[in-house]
Design a protein around this ligand. Structure first.
Ligand SMILES: [Zn+2]
Length: 475
């Protein structure tokens, strides 16, 4: 939806232009991201690096002059990858480009050696007899149909295969780019099924195994030390610009401070926490005082549990209704196109489908006529605000916005928003060794900061409010 300038664009033009100019001239946000990536580095839940990042983040907020800076204590899981390897051992011998899935159990010390059963879909697996799967390693390669579909195989595939007697699972990495790089990510075990070790393999390796299985039996050896240790105390980091007239009303924005244990968590989600932080910091630096409170939050444990988002919801209790908007940036700082609004498309993380159900329901086309009057008015507001972002090319509004960390409060009716970018490369690097600072273009980063800063400021200061929609929170 293109921008349509109205009373908000007229009222906030001068402030927005100041914010945009300051954001495009600002180097502090990218410098902070650089420090986070190069000096703190990867920061998986439960590691000392995560807690270093938490302390550093709180310090950054204090130095920026934000108010009410605090760390909300949150217990997070500690999953340890350990040594791991995989190889095709028959009919040919070849090491696999593999990366164990987060939260996976390990193999026995001697590893697992078993024949591979190749499937493209859950339907194909369901059509097999238990005898065909028992004692085997199931490889899922659904092709690339976007992260929503592929991540379902990663999340739910291990238990689906275990239900049929598989002893381990391999999944094609959830990416459209084949560069022999495996992509990790979390799995979710069905507690009623045996837990089997599971790993991602590169697209190329998945395709080679598929070709070999068409010729005859293929045997793979998998060795993984992965295991869980005791939960560790970490925390959500937060700071505020306290509202001048309605301090109890809050626009919250942020991203997640944890990352996977590979790469630097630069795009996912270093770019999200640093762009949202700098967006708030700029409002403060410019001396702008919105009527409502703007709160920046670095949520913890998004990648493998979501403990931070849930703890934040618990902290609010009945005050969740005072949140007038929640903005989450967790899709990388590529060139922004505008803002997504409304929980119409559901969250990014989908509930694993039950056996027999398709991997993902086809997305429903957006139906504007189904909107309530308040929701229609909210789109008018958003298109009006988007008109302030024309100079940076981010002047569109898309239906559907949100994120895992704000999922619990969005389910309680807090209006959800998230940046929309060109999204050309995010899933090339996502959850890999290649998610490093060099992937974040400084100009694109600044544009995201600029857009977030204007949107957060106007939402916190304008007379009207966006509409939310209550739903059921699915973990
Ligand atoms: Zn993320």
């Amino acid at each position: 939806m293109p921008a349509v300038a109205g009373p908000l664009a007229a009222k906030y033009k001068a402030d927005a232009d100041r914010i945009l100019a300051a954001a495009m001239a600002d180097n502090d946000g990218y410098a902070a991201l650089t420090y986070l990536c190069d000096h703190v580095g990867k920061r998986l839940s439960g590691t000392p690096q995560l807690n270093t990042a938490v302390e550093w983040g709180a310090d950054l907020m204090r130095k920026a002059g934000l108010e009410n800076v605090k760390v909300q204590p949150v217990m997070v899981p500690r999953w340890v990858r350990g040594n791991e390897s995989g190889a095709i051992v028959g009919p040919v011998t070849k090491p696999l480009h593999m990366l164990g899935l987060g939260m996976s159990v390990g193999t026995p010390k001697e590893g697992i050696t078993a024949q591979v059963v190749f499937v493209r879909s859950f339907e194909a697996l369901d059509a097999m007899t238990p005898e065909q799967v028992k004692g085997k390693i199931v490889l899922f390669n659904p092709g690339w149909h976007g992260y929503g579909v592929n991540s379902v195989y990663r999340v739910a595939g291990p238990s689906r295969a275990a239900a049929k007697g598989a002893v381990a699972v391999l999944v094609r990495s959830a990416t459209g780019l084949a560069m022999q790089i495996p992509h990790t990510g979390t799995l979710q075990y069905d507690e009623t099924m045996p837990k089997v070790p599971a790993a991602a393999v590169s697209v190329e390796d998945a395709l080679m195994i598929e070709r070999l299985t068409k010729e005859g039996p293929v045997t793979v050896h998998l060795q993984m030390d992965a295991h869980m240790e005791a939960d560790v105390k970490a925390g959500n980091v937060m700071g505020e610009i306290v509202g001048s007239e309605h301090p109890e009303q809050v626009v919250v924005l942020g991203g997640h401070i944890d990352s996977w244990d590979v790469g630097q968590g630069a795009q996912d989600d270093g770019s999200g926490i640093m762009a949202t932080f700098e967006a708030v910091s700029l409002i403060h630096k410019l001396g702008l005082k919105p009527k409502r409170t703007i709160r920046i939050v670095f949520w913890v444990n998004e990648e493998n549990g979501g403990a931070g988002g849930k703890a934040y919801r618990e902290m609010l209790g009945g005050k969740v209704e005072n949140h007038v908007a929640a903005i989450e940036m967790d899709g990388g700082a590529e060139k922004p196109l505008g803002i997504g609004y409304g929980g119409f498309g559901g969250g990014r993380r989908r509930t694993p489908p039950a056996p027999g159900a398709p991997a993902a329901a086809p997305p429903k086309p957006f139906d504007e006529s189904s909107l309530s009057a308040d929701e229609k008015q909210s789109f008018v507001y958003m298109k009006d605000i988007a008109a302030l972002l024309t100079s940076i090319g981010a002047d569109t509004v898309s239906p559907g916005g949100g994120g895992s960390d704000i999922g619990p409060i969005v389910a309680d009716g807090v209006p959800a928003l998230s940046p929309r970018t060109v999204a050309q490369h995010y899933f090339d690097w996502h959850h890999t060794e290649a998610d490093s600072l060099d992937k974040v273009d400084p100009e694109d980063f600044k544009k995201n900061t600029a857009m977030l800063s204007v949107v957060a400021y106007v939402l916190a200061d304008m007379d009207g409010k966006l509409a939310g929609r209550k739903s059921v929170f699915h973990e």
